[in-house]
Design a protein around this ligand. Structure first.
Ligand code: 2AM
Ligand code: CA
Ligand code: CA
Ligand code: CA
Length: 266
C-alpha cells in the first residue's frame, strides 16, 4: 500500500492527536467538561486534539482551509482545498472510559472528498482511503460486506441528538428496521460506524442529524471499499444533508426504503 505525501500528513496528524487523546483517556476523571447542548459534551481533550491536528495540517499545507468541530472555520487562501476534522468522535464514550472513539480527518478538493483517515488510539486501528486508491485497515485492503439480504444483516445506527424525549419518529424508524434485520447496534461514534461498514463488520449503517466532520472521512472509506452511500432521502448529498445510509449497494438501498417508510399518524 503506497500512501501519498498528503495522506501521510493526515496520518501523522491523527497519530499525534491520538497520543494526546490516549494520555487524557488515562486520566479522564481530571478533565474539565462542559455542555454545548442537550447531551452534547465537550472536554479539554477534544479542544487539545483539534489544536494538535490543525497545527500539523496547516504547517504542512498553510494555504488550505480548515473546518473542525471545536473551532472557528479557517478560510484558506487556496479556494480548492479544505480539511474537515473531528478531533474526537465519540466524546460520550471517551468521557465514560469506553475505548470506542476516533480522530476523523478528511481532505476536500473542489467539493469532493479525496482523502480520509479514521484512527482509534485505544485500539490502534488506522483506517485510510484515497480516492481511486482503495480503503485500508492498517495494511489490509477493505471490502464492504457481501450479504445481499437485509434479513441477514447486522445494522448500526445512532440516535438523533434531541435531548431526552422527542425521539418518536426515530423510534418508529428503528422499529421498522428491527423488524427486518438480524440485529441493530448503537456504538456512539459515527466515524467508526462508517469504518466498520467499510471493513464489512456492520452490513449497513444509518443515522440522521450529523455534521460534515462526523462523516466526511468515513464516506470515502466506504466508497473506496466498494460500498454505497446516500443520505436518508436516497440522494447523493450526505455531507450537506447531515444524514447517511450505507452498506453494499443491495443492503443500503433496501435499508433506505425501510427508513423512508411512512410514519403512521396517531
Ligand atoms: P461527537 O462525539 O464528536 O460529538 C453518536 O451518535 C455520534 O453522533 C457521534 O459521532 C457524535 O459525535 C455525533 N454527534 C453529532 N451531534 C451530536 C450531539 N449534538 N450530541 C452528541 N453527539 C453528537
Ligand atoms: Ca461533539
Ligand atoms: Ca462527531
Ligand atoms: Ca467530536
Amino acid at each position: 500500500m503506497a500512501r501519498s505525501a498528503l495522506l501521510n500528513v493526515m496520518v501523522q496528524a491523527a497519530f499525534k492527536a491520538g497520543k494526546s487523546l490516549a494520555r487524557d483517556f488515562g486520566e479522564v476523571q481530571n478533565l474539565q467538561v462542559s455542555l454545548k447542548g442537550p447531551g452534547d459534551y465537550v472536554s479539554q481533550a477534544d479542544r487539545k486534539a483539534e489544536r494538535v491536528i490543525r497545527d500539523e495540517l496547516l504547517k504542512a499545507r498553510p494555504t488550505y482551509g480548515f473546518l473542525g468541530e471545536e473551532g472557528e472555520e479557517i478560510k484558506g487562501t487556496d479556494g480548492a482545498h479544505r480539511w474537515i476534522v473531528d478531533p474526537l468522535d465519540g466524546t460520550t464514550n471517551f468521557l465514560h472510559g469506553i475505548p470506542h472513539f476516533a480522530v476523523s480527518i478528511a481532505l476536500e478538493r473542489q467539493g469532493e472528498i479525496v482523502g480520509g483517515v479514521v484512527f482509534n488510539p485505544a485500539t490502534d486501528e488506522l483506517y485510510t482511503a484515497e480516492r481511486g486508491g482503495g480503503a485500508f485497515l492498517n495494511d489490509r485492503r477493505l471490502r464492504v460486506g457481501a450479504r445481499r439480504n437485509l434479513s441477514d444483516a447486522v445494522v448500526a445506527t445512532g440516535t438523533p441528538h434531541l435531548g431526552r424525549g422527542n425521539h418518536g419518529k426515530y423510534l418508529v424508524e428503528l422499529r421498522h428496521v428491527m423488524g427486518e434485520v438480524v440485529g441493530v447496534r448503537r456504538f456512539g461514534s459515527a466515524s467508526l460506524d462508517l469504518a466498520y461498514v467499510a471493513a464489512g463488520r456492520f452490513d449497513a449503517y444509518w443515522e440522521r442529524d450529523l455534521a460534515a466532520w462526523d462523516i466526511a472521512a468515513g464516506v470515502l472509506l466506504i466508497r473506496e471499499a466498494g460500498g454505497w452511500v446516500t443520505d436518508a432521502n436516497g440522494d447523493n448529498r450526505p455531507l450537506e444533508d447531515g444524514s447517511i445510509v450505507c452498506g453494499n449497494e443491495y443492503i443500503a438501498k433496501a435499508l433506505g426504503e425501510v427508513i423512508r417508510r411512512p410514519v403512521p399518524i396517531k
